[in-house]
Design a protein around this ligand. Structure first.
Ligand code: FAD
Ligand code: FES
Length: 367
């Protein structure tokens, strides 16, 4: 009886083994799209191995489309026009595309798979985005969960960016993380220091990249990143400026202020920094010092939950109620917001209610 059962088990095992081999072979052949062509802006063809995402196929050819979420289909940064060969729109793309983008065949490069020849349109400035290799030269603990990390580029390398823009850090495998991922971080140093960049990185519990930065990286380590990306930079007007940031959202505003200190400005600027309690404040002296650098600049940290031991005598609550009183002329005011999606949403609503036009509100959402 036992022998019969063992024989049946052996037969079942060999059948499933054969099936598994057939499946592997079928998978290999069915997903073998061969070499396919990506035509870019009607001007340039590149040949790639079919089957990968458009985003990674382009990156393999040193064409770096912004991909702030690292290709997870949540940020919408990787939008590009596809005139032919993109296949049907995927349910993962729809929520991130506007009605107009749907009509104009805009797609998410991280979701589209290149299975046949494909014709795409991307802005020319994407060709300026490069990969950089660097060495960490400084790590500063700004708070219990925020570090400032400075990356010195390889000898002779320079990065040309606008104050406010971001890069995408590429992690290396560590602990159980077998794959590299890439994440967006705003540059906090000024563009005039073009042989290095500083980033301000807040630890996210369980976060792949921030755990790597906070727990693995040390001075002397070699790190790669791509960039510069983004359209969050100071517009060249004479309008009053409202900066609003929270947490590591201080990074691009610091870059803009450091840059303005170099080039000079007569613009009237007010900067609200929202934090929970005093232990979340950092670079306060440096920001306050700008009050004696610029003709009109005010730095206002606002604590939402100050602790008794903080002895806080500054502004409390959220920043929204304080915004209106600082706006002289809503028609001639620009706002630059940086931080969590919740903060950006709430502040944008308050600014629009105060009369600032939607298209004068610039933001980078770190969500
Ligand atoms: C344009 C842009 C600029 C950015 N600049 C900065 C910057 O200067 N400094 C900085 O610290 N971050 C910045 N970010 C956020 C950064 O890109 C990462 O999303 C963040 O550091 C988390 O990455 P991770 O790999 O550690 O976490 P992940 O492994 O991606 O996420 C782990 C978990 O945490 C959640 N999560 C992801 N991000 C956050 C967050 N920010 N807060 C709370 N929960 C989160 C995720 O939903 C997930 O459940 C920026 C984002 C964008 C889009
Ligand atoms: S890279 Fe974020 S949606 Fe495509």
């Amino acid at each position: 009886m036992i022998l019969v059962i063992l024989k049946d088990i052996a037969t079942l095992c060999s059948i499933s083994g054969v099936l598994a081999i057939i499946l592997v072979i079928a998978h290999r052949f069915l997903n073998d799209y061969g070499i396919v062509k990506i035509n870019i802006n009607g001007k340039k063809d590149i040949n790639v191995k079919g089957g990968n995402s458009l985003l990674s196929s382009l990156a393999d050819n040193k064409i770096f489309i912004p991909s702030a979420c690292g290709g997870r289909g949540t940020c919408g940064a990787c939008k590009c026009g596809i005139t032919k060969g993109g296949g049907p729109l995927l349910p993962t793309e729809r929520p991130l595309l506007t009605k107009e983008e749907l009509i104009t065949n805009t797609r998410l490069a991280c979701q589209v798979k290149v299975k046949s020849d494909i014709y795409i349109n991307i802005p020319e400035n994407i060709f300026n985005i490069r990969k950089f290799n660097s060495k960490i030269v400084e790590i500063i603990d700004y708070t219990y969960d925020i570090k400032g990390v400075t990356f010195k580029l390889d000898a002779g390398e320079k990065i040309d960016f606008k104050a406010g823009q971001y890069i995408q850090l590429i992690t290396q495998p560590y602990a159980k993380m077998r794959q590299s991922v890439s994440r967006a971080y705003s540059i906090s140093s000024k563009p005039e220091e073009d042989d290095r960049i500083q980033l301000i990185i807040r630890y996210v519990p369980e976060g792949i990249c921030t755990t790597w930065v906070h727990q693995q990286l040390k001075v002397g380590d070699e790190v790669s990143f791509t960039g510069p990306y983004g359209d969050f930079f100071l517009r060249d007007t004479d309008a009053d400026i409202l900066f609003v940031a929270g947490g590591s959202g201080k990074a691009p505003i610091k870059s803009i202020l450091d840059h303005l200190q170099v080039v000079g400005t007569q613009r009237r600027m007010t900067y609200f920094f929202g934090a929970r309690s005093k232990k979340d404040l950092y670079l306060t002296e440096e920001m306050k010092a700008f009050e004696s650098v610029f003709e009109y600049f005010r730095y206002e940290p606002v604590l939402s939950q100050p602790k008794a031991e903080d002895n806080w005598d500054g502004k409390t609550g959220y920043v929204m109620p304080f915004l209106k009183e600082t706006i002289r002329d809503p028609q001639n005011t620009e706002a630059y917001l940086c931080g969590s999606p919740g903060m950006i949403d709430a502040v944008s609503k308050a600014l629009i209610a105060a009369g600032i036009a939607k298209d004068k509100i610039y933001f980078d959402s770190f969500g």
